[in-house]
Design a protein around this ligand. Structure first.
Ligand SMILES: Nc1ncnc2c1ncn2[C@@H]1O[C@H](COP(=O)(O)OP(=O)(O)OP(=O)(O)O)[C@@H](O)[C@H]1O
Ligand SMILES: Nc1nc2c(ncn2[C@@H]2O[C@H](COP(=O)(O)O)[C@@H](O)[C@H]2O)c(=O)[nH]1
Length: 205
Protein backbone atom coordinates (compact mmCIF):
# COMPACT_ATOMS: atom_id res chain seq x y z
CA UNK A 1 0.00 0.00 0.00
CA UNK A 2 1.25 3.50 -0.80
CA UNK A 3 0.39 6.45 1.46
CA UNK A 4 1.62 10.05 1.40
CA UNK A 5 3.10 9.71 4.91
CA UNK A 6 6.08 7.56 5.84
CA UNK A 7 6.11 4.76 8.36
CA UNK A 8 9.17 4.11 10.54
CA UNK A 9 9.49 1.09 12.80
CA UNK A 10 12.08 1.00 15.57
CA UNK A 11 12.76 -2.28 17.34
CA UNK A 12 15.38 -3.35 19.87
CA UNK A 13 15.84 -5.63 22.82
CA UNK A 14 14.54 -4.18 26.06
CA UNK A 15 16.99 -1.63 27.46
CA UNK A 16 18.87 -0.92 24.21
CA UNK A 17 17.49 2.62 24.27
CA UNK A 18 14.77 2.78 21.61
CA UNK A 19 12.27 4.77 23.73
CA UNK A 20 14.97 7.30 24.64
CA UNK A 21 16.02 7.69 20.99
CA UNK A 22 12.45 7.96 19.69
CA UNK A 23 11.55 10.50 22.40
CA UNK A 24 14.56 12.64 21.43
CA UNK A 25 13.64 12.38 17.73
CA UNK A 26 10.05 13.49 18.46
CA UNK A 27 11.35 16.54 20.33
CA UNK A 28 13.51 17.53 17.35
CA UNK A 29 11.15 16.73 14.49
CA UNK A 30 7.55 17.91 14.66
CA UNK A 31 6.64 16.03 11.48
CA UNK A 32 7.06 12.66 13.19
CA UNK A 33 4.18 11.35 15.30
CA UNK A 34 4.35 8.42 17.71
CA UNK A 35 2.01 5.47 17.38
CA UNK A 36 0.71 4.63 20.87
CA UNK A 37 0.35 0.87 21.32
CA UNK A 38 -2.08 -1.18 23.38
CA UNK A 39 -0.67 -3.55 25.98
CA UNK A 40 -1.88 -5.95 28.64
CA UNK A 41 1.10 -5.20 30.91
CA UNK A 42 0.77 -2.86 33.91
CA UNK A 43 2.05 0.73 33.79
CA UNK A 44 5.54 1.23 35.24
CA UNK A 45 7.15 4.35 36.76
CA UNK A 46 5.62 7.56 35.42
CA UNK A 47 3.87 5.94 32.44
CA UNK A 48 0.47 7.41 31.53
CA UNK A 49 -2.51 5.75 29.83
CA UNK A 50 -2.90 7.18 26.32
CA UNK A 51 0.55 8.75 26.25
CA UNK A 52 2.94 5.81 26.71
CA UNK A 53 0.46 2.99 26.07
CA UNK A 54 -3.21 2.22 26.19
CA UNK A 55 -3.17 -0.17 29.15
CA UNK A 56 -5.97 -2.69 28.64
CA UNK A 57 -7.17 -5.90 30.27
CA UNK A 58 -6.74 -9.31 28.63
CA UNK A 59 -10.43 -9.34 27.69
CA UNK A 60 -10.29 -5.85 26.17
CA UNK A 61 -7.30 -6.97 24.12
CA UNK A 62 -9.20 -10.12 23.05
CA UNK A 63 -12.13 -7.98 21.90
CA UNK A 64 -9.83 -5.79 19.81
CA UNK A 65 -8.28 -8.87 18.19
CA UNK A 66 -11.77 -10.21 17.37
CA UNK A 67 -12.83 -6.83 15.97
CA UNK A 68 -9.73 -6.84 13.71
CA UNK A 69 -8.69 -3.54 15.29
CA UNK A 70 -4.94 -4.27 15.16
CA UNK A 71 -2.64 -3.88 12.21
CA UNK A 72 -0.19 -6.12 14.10
CA UNK A 73 0.10 -7.64 17.55
CA UNK A 74 2.45 -10.04 19.33
CA UNK A 75 3.26 -11.78 22.59
CA UNK A 76 6.33 -10.13 24.07
CA UNK A 77 7.88 -10.93 27.47
CA UNK A 78 4.72 -12.89 28.42
CA UNK A 79 2.38 -9.94 27.71
CA UNK A 80 0.47 -8.86 24.60
CA UNK A 81 1.21 -5.69 22.66
CA UNK A 82 -0.48 -4.35 19.52
CA UNK A 83 -0.63 -1.42 17.11
CA UNK A 84 -4.20 -0.38 16.37
CA UNK A 85 -5.18 0.53 12.83
CA UNK A 86 -6.47 3.78 14.34
CA UNK A 87 -2.96 4.64 15.60
CA UNK A 88 -1.48 4.83 12.11
CA UNK A 89 -3.73 4.56 9.08
CA UNK A 90 -5.51 7.96 9.18
CA UNK A 91 -2.29 9.74 9.97
CA UNK A 92 -0.17 8.32 7.14
CA UNK A 93 -3.14 8.72 4.76
CA UNK A 94 -3.06 12.45 5.61
CA UNK A 95 0.68 12.78 5.04
CA UNK A 96 2.06 12.49 8.59
CA UNK A 97 5.18 10.46 9.28
CA UNK A 98 4.45 7.89 11.99
CA UNK A 99 6.98 6.04 14.12
CA UNK A 100 6.27 2.70 15.81
CA UNK A 101 8.29 1.41 18.73
CA UNK A 102 7.50 -2.28 18.61
CA UNK A 103 9.18 -5.68 18.77
CA UNK A 104 10.70 -7.57 15.81
CA UNK A 105 7.63 -9.79 15.27
CA UNK A 106 5.41 -6.74 14.89
CA UNK A 107 8.01 -5.02 12.70
CA UNK A 108 8.01 -7.90 10.21
CA UNK A 109 4.19 -7.98 10.17
CA UNK A 110 4.17 -4.24 9.39
CA UNK A 111 6.65 -4.67 6.53
CA UNK A 112 4.41 -7.27 4.92
CA UNK A 113 1.45 -4.84 4.92
CA UNK A 114 3.24 -1.52 4.40
CA UNK A 115 6.05 -2.49 2.06
CA UNK A 116 7.52 1.03 2.09
CA UNK A 117 7.88 1.04 5.88
CA UNK A 118 11.46 1.58 7.04
CA UNK A 119 12.62 -0.94 9.67
CA UNK A 120 15.35 0.18 12.09
CA UNK A 121 16.94 -2.12 14.67
CA UNK A 122 18.78 -0.62 17.66
CA UNK A 123 21.69 -2.62 19.09
CA UNK A 124 23.32 -2.12 22.48
CA UNK A 125 27.14 -1.93 22.35
CA UNK A 126 27.54 -5.05 24.56
CA UNK A 127 25.66 -7.52 26.76
CA UNK A 128 27.19 -5.95 29.87
CA UNK A 129 25.92 -2.51 28.88
CA UNK A 130 22.45 -3.88 28.10
CA UNK A 131 22.20 -5.44 31.55
CA UNK A 132 23.52 -2.35 33.23
CA UNK A 133 21.02 -0.09 31.39
CA UNK A 134 18.11 -2.26 32.51
CA UNK A 135 19.43 -2.29 36.09
CA UNK A 136 20.14 1.46 36.14
CA UNK A 137 16.66 2.20 34.75
CA UNK A 138 15.37 0.47 37.87
CA UNK A 139 11.81 -0.02 36.65
CA UNK A 140 11.67 -3.81 36.30
CA UNK A 141 11.91 -6.49 38.99
CA UNK A 142 15.11 -8.62 38.86
CA UNK A 143 13.27 -11.65 37.44
CA UNK A 144 11.74 -9.46 34.71
CA UNK A 145 15.21 -8.13 33.83
CA UNK A 146 16.53 -11.70 33.58
CA UNK A 147 13.64 -12.71 31.30
CA UNK A 148 14.19 -9.65 29.07
CA UNK A 149 17.93 -10.42 28.79
CA UNK A 150 17.16 -14.04 27.97
CA UNK A 151 14.66 -12.98 25.26
CA UNK A 152 17.20 -10.47 23.90
CA UNK A 153 19.37 -13.34 22.58
CA UNK A 154 16.69 -14.40 20.12
CA UNK A 155 15.63 -10.80 19.37
CA UNK A 156 19.18 -9.76 18.40
CA UNK A 157 19.27 -12.59 15.87
CA UNK A 158 16.53 -10.73 13.92
CA UNK A 159 18.60 -7.58 13.34
CA UNK A 160 19.66 -8.73 9.85
CA UNK A 161 16.03 -8.68 8.68
CA UNK A 162 15.89 -4.91 9.18
CA UNK A 163 16.64 -2.15 6.67
CA UNK A 164 19.01 -0.33 9.07
CA UNK A 165 20.92 -1.20 12.23
CA UNK A 166 22.02 1.52 14.66
CA UNK A 167 24.46 0.87 17.50
CA UNK A 168 23.39 2.91 20.50
CA UNK A 169 26.69 3.40 22.27
CA UNK A 170 27.03 7.17 22.22
CA UNK A 171 23.47 8.48 22.43
CA UNK A 172 24.04 11.58 20.27
CA UNK A 173 25.68 9.53 17.53
CA UNK A 174 22.77 7.05 17.48
CA UNK A 175 20.27 9.91 17.39
CA UNK A 176 22.14 11.47 14.46
CA UNK A 177 21.86 8.14 12.58
CA UNK A 178 18.13 7.87 13.28
CA UNK A 179 17.52 11.45 12.09
CA UNK A 180 19.52 10.74 8.93
CA UNK A 181 17.38 7.68 8.14
CA UNK A 182 14.16 9.69 8.56
CA UNK A 183 15.42 12.52 6.35
CA UNK A 184 16.72 10.16 3.66
CA UNK A 185 13.37 8.37 3.46
CA UNK A 186 11.49 11.66 3.12
CA UNK A 187 13.78 12.81 0.31
CA UNK A 188 13.48 9.48 -1.49
CA UNK A 189 9.68 9.37 -1.43
CA UNK A 190 9.13 13.05 -2.06
CA UNK A 191 11.24 12.90 -5.20
CA UNK A 192 9.67 9.61 -6.31
CA UNK A 193 6.15 10.99 -5.88
CA UNK A 194 7.09 14.17 -7.75
CA UNK A 195 8.59 12.15 -10.61
CA UNK A 196 5.49 9.98 -10.78
CA UNK A 197 3.13 12.99 -10.78
CA UNK A 198 5.22 14.61 -13.56
CA UNK A 199 5.11 11.43 -15.64
CA UNK A 200 1.34 11.06 -15.14
CA UNK A 201 0.93 14.64 -16.30
CA UNK A 202 3.23 14.17 -19.31
CA UNK A 203 1.30 11.05 -20.33
CA UNK A 204 -2.05 12.73 -19.69
CA UNK A 205 -3.20 9.94 -17.35
N1 LIG B 1 23.40 5.64 24.60
C1 LIG B 1 23.04 5.43 25.88
N2 LIG B 1 24.01 5.42 26.83
C2 LIG B 1 23.68 5.19 28.13
N3 LIG B 1 22.42 4.97 28.60
C3 LIG B 1 21.45 4.96 27.69
C4 LIG B 1 21.69 5.19 26.29
N4 LIG B 1 20.52 5.11 25.62
C5 LIG B 1 19.57 4.86 26.55
N5 LIG B 1 20.12 4.78 27.79
C6 LIG B 1 19.44 4.48 29.07
O1 LIG B 1 19.17 3.07 29.07
C7 LIG B 1 17.93 2.80 29.73
C8 LIG B 1 17.04 2.01 28.77
O2 LIG B 1 16.63 2.88 27.72
P1 LIG B 1 15.14 2.83 27.13
O3 LIG B 1 14.13 2.81 28.24
O4 LIG B 1 15.07 3.92 26.13
O5 LIG B 1 15.21 1.40 26.43
P2 LIG B 1 14.13 0.62 25.53
O6 LIG B 1 14.87 -0.04 24.46
O7 LIG B 1 13.04 1.56 25.14
O8 LIG B 1 13.58 -0.46 26.55
P3 LIG B 1 12.08 -1.12 26.65
O9 LIG B 1 11.85 -1.94 25.44
O10 LIG B 1 12.17 -1.96 27.88
O11 LIG B 1 11.09 -0.01 26.82
C9 LIG B 1 17.34 4.15 30.14
O12 LIG B 1 17.64 4.36 31.50
C10 LIG B 1 18.09 5.15 29.25
O13 LIG B 1 18.21 6.41 29.87
N1 LIG C 1 4.63 -6.18 18.40
C1 LIG C 1 4.53 -5.14 19.22
N2 LIG C 1 5.48 -4.92 20.15
C2 LIG C 1 5.36 -3.84 20.94
C3 LIG C 1 4.30 -2.92 20.81
N3 LIG C 1 4.45 -1.94 21.73
C4 LIG C 1 5.57 -2.22 22.38
N4 LIG C 1 6.14 -3.36 21.92
C5 LIG C 1 7.38 -4.00 22.34
O1 LIG C 1 7.23 -4.72 23.52
C6 LIG C 1 8.48 -4.81 24.20
C7 LIG C 1 8.34 -4.48 25.64
O2 LIG C 1 7.97 -3.15 25.83
P1 LIG C 1 7.95 -2.51 27.30
O3 LIG C 1 7.35 -1.15 27.12
O4 LIG C 1 7.12 -3.43 28.14
O5 LIG C 1 9.36 -2.46 27.77
C8 LIG C 1 9.43 -3.85 23.47
O6 LIG C 1 10.24 -4.62 22.59
C9 LIG C 1 8.47 -2.99 22.70
O7 LIG C 1 9.06 -2.45 21.54
C10 LIG C 1 3.32 -3.18 19.79
O8 LIG C 1 2.33 -2.44 19.61
N5 LIG C 1 3.47 -4.29 19.06
Amino acid sequence: MDYPGNLFVVAAPSGAGKSSLVKALLELDARVQLSVSHTTRSPRGQEKHGRDYFFVSESEFDQMVLADAFVEWANVHKRRYGTSKKAIEDRIAHGADVILEIDWQGALQIKRIFTNAVLVFILPPSWEELRSRLERRGEDAPDVIEMRLENAKMELAQAREFDFVIINELFERALFDLKAIVHAQRLKYTSQRRARADTFQALGI
